[in-house]
Design a protein around this ligand. Structure first.
Ligand code: G3H
Ligand code: 13P
Ligand code: ZN
Length: 314
């Protein structure tokens, strides 16, 4: 069943975070749905602009509708990740997405407000909800590069939310996208979340760039011929602390890519004579499902499905 992120956040707020997983293809879709159903977790499927051009955007939409039929137990939102105004409008008109992210965080505050407001108006008119972003994550967000963190300012967050009527807000607190998040020790600015929560009690916040980049996963990739050096990620034991401070959505893409990379490198190392794509695919789908289920335990969303379903019936 496709629901809005708002419906999921109402249940999760202050208790746990919903996993928002980026996917690009069929194997990830199958593993994602299986893993969430196995762990009885509500979840968010994130489709980026990159994903929508890699696997045609209409193909992804059809896959989401079909997955809802194949997995009738699944309760999930279909969300555009890091959209611009044009991609948001396209998703709003698709009839499949239940949520879009307008990322105008690289713009001046007032311009960000102006763009976000237009998307919120169009989305709300069709029953969709909107995530926006304030502050900049270090690194690359889609095709926009930022050399340093610009942490979200709590007073600006309050102003922005009130001006735009947005439904959730991605905040920059020191995470970044990709596999190379911290040079030394990880430093996350939970004090910023605390201050925002005081100004916007009950308002859902979002943490991007939250992959953990497990050392053992990277070691397996490198042992099978990879060359990923100096990678590091977010300590997953921080997730529930963030959830208490109003973070209801935690975004994970990189860790799933690492699972894909490990499975395929090991498969072809161990089966050099193989060339059927279904060989590694058959290993990947259950491995990805296992990865999703384990992540949901860390997020606290595992086991919440019955309660969410009951609340949706009311
Ligand atoms: O925030 C970025 C996500 O990890 C999506 O990555 O734009 O390469 O699909 P992508
Ligand atoms: P990671 O690169 O840490 O997985 O972050 C993904 C993300 O924030 C997608 O919007
Ligand atoms: Zn992101």
């Amino acid at each position: 069943m496709i629901v809005t992120t708002k419906e999921l956040f109402q249940q999760a707020y202050g208790k746990y975070a919903i996993g928002a997983y980026n996917i690009n293809n069929l194997e990830q879709t199958m593993g994602l749905f299986q893993g969430n159903v196995d762990s009885k977790a509500p979840f968010i499927v994130q489709l980026s602009k990159g994903a929508r051009s890699y696997t045609h955007k209409r193909m992804l939409e059809t896959m989401m509708q079909t997955a809802a039929e194949i997995f009738p137990e699944a309760v999930f939102a279909v969300h555009l990740d890091h959209g611009d105004e044009a991609s948001c409008m396209d998703c709003i008109d698709s009839g499949v997405y239940s949520s879009v992210m307008i990322d105008a965080s690289h713009e001046e505050l007032e311009k960000n407000i102006e763009i976000t407001k237009r998307v919120v108006e169009a989305a709300h008119a069709k029953g969709l909800v909107v995530e926006a972003e304030l502050g900049l994550l270090k690194g690359v967000e889609e095709d926009i590069k930022s050399d340093g963190h610009v942490f979200t300012k709590p007073s600006e967050a309050e102003y922005f939310v009130k001006q735009t009527g947005v439904d959730s807000l991605a905040c920059a607190i020191g995470t970044s996208h990709g596999a190379f998040k911290f040079a030394g020790e990880q430093k996350l600015r939970f004090d910023i979340l605390e201050d925002i929560q005081k100004l916007l009690p009950g308002f859902p916040l979002v943490m991007h760039g939250s992959s953990s980049v497990p050392a053992e996963e990277v070691a397996r990739i490198n042992a099978a011929g990879g060359k990923i050096n100096g990678a590091s990620g977010v300590d997953a034991s921080q997730f529930l602390g963030a959830a208490k401070l109003g973070v209801t959505k935690i975004n994970i893409d990189t860790d799933g890519r690492l699972v894909w990379c490990r499975v395929h490198r090991e498969f072809f190392r161990d089966h050099p004579e193989e060339f059927d794509l279904r060989g590694p695919g058959k290993v990947f789908i259950p491995e990805y499902a296992k990865f999703i289920a384990a992540k949901n335990v860390l997020l606290g969303s595992a086991g919440q499905l019955d309660e969410v379903r009951a609340a949706l019936k009311k």
